[in-house]
Design a protein around this ligand. Sequence first.
Ligand code: CAA
Length: 378
Amino acid sequence: MFGLTDEQELIRSSVREFSEAEVAPLAAEIDRDHRPPLETIPKLAELGLLGILIPEQYGGTEMDSVSYCVVIEELSRCCATTGVMVEAHSSLCTWPIVHFGTEEHKQRYLPDLASGVKMGAFGLTEPGAGSDAGALATTARRDGDEFVLNGQKVFITGGGYSEVFIVFARSTEAPGTKGISAFIVDRDTPGFTIGEGERKLGIRGSSTPPLMFSDVRIPATNLLGREGQGFEIAMATLDGGRTGIAAQAVGIAQGAFEAAIDYAQQRVQFGKPLAALQAIQWMIADMATSIDAGRLLVYQAADLEDRGIPHGIAAAQAKLFCGEMASAVAGKAIQIHGGNGYTEAYPVERAYRDAKITEIYEGTSEIQRLVIGRSFLR
Ligand code: CAA
């Protein structure tokens, strides 16, 4: 897979145009105010960008994974917060409903998620279960036709404004990962409360609150997949999610790279533009090469998924490489800007802060290395 199709190129150019017109102008302000760009949600929906992974029969645009990554990259090039809003909603909420939901789940949830009437989120992480997701302690006790949920989740992307949550809880006595099940939980369920969003280093516009479950009764029919299948659902969901985060990282890096090129051509020192200095040219060459390498890893993982071939290792490789690449590229972009780049007046400062999370969420770089390493050793 070495190139995009004409249709994928068209998606790139239309999402680029949209992002520059509607997403970029809000990026600095939502970062400064730590507020989600909720006004963008209906515009994303109108373009079909909230239903990318949803079949047309449920109101989605049903794009392939490569196109999806192009969309996430283009949004993130202008605003990493908007990129992850679409990514978490799509990869982490709509995807598991499409792939593990019953017909009733699909009819009940997908049309509203595709049209942006409702946003979706994914509740896996807990105070005592981050990288070790299988250690989660939230419980789901069966009581007649219901499950009763108790526990707490943390760092839930989109939690503040989402209506539909995929929640992982321990529902059987089976040890470790085997006792975990997945549930669909509606925001307005009694006993379900959502805390204050964290104030973060980057992606400050994305809401990241804790979720609290206190005797939350949900219909047993809201079980997603089989009882005990929850961990498998979480991991399979994250296989696609990690590719999406890698695409977000490529977008952040691309945005910082373009800002650095502009700056290097305008800023005059020693009587000539910075771009005339070989030290700067070498940085630009390294940045361009590593962004292209990352983008190809993203396309490889997405293309495998599109062809129905296992893509978990390729996704982990893309996420590992692109997360570290984005941090390095954003760091170089600041270096090219010198003192100006260290101030809020230039977008590379935000890119540097935003890039860091791509080495952490949806599995840290260390977890990606564990997943990749194990695959060669088993
Ligand atoms: N697909 C399907 N099944 C999978 C799988 C996959 N990709 N990966 C593992 N499994 C299955 C295994 O086959 C195994 O089943 P069996 O026991 O039947 O063989 C079972 O799951 C347990 O797997 P492991 O033995 O590998 O479990 P582990 O506990 O040793 O390690 C881990 C798992 C890879 C470390 C996992 O816990 C992990 O990925 N941790 C990182 C957590 C993470 O990514 N969190 C992200 C939170 S969401 C988020 O960040 C979103 C956001 O903000 C935007």
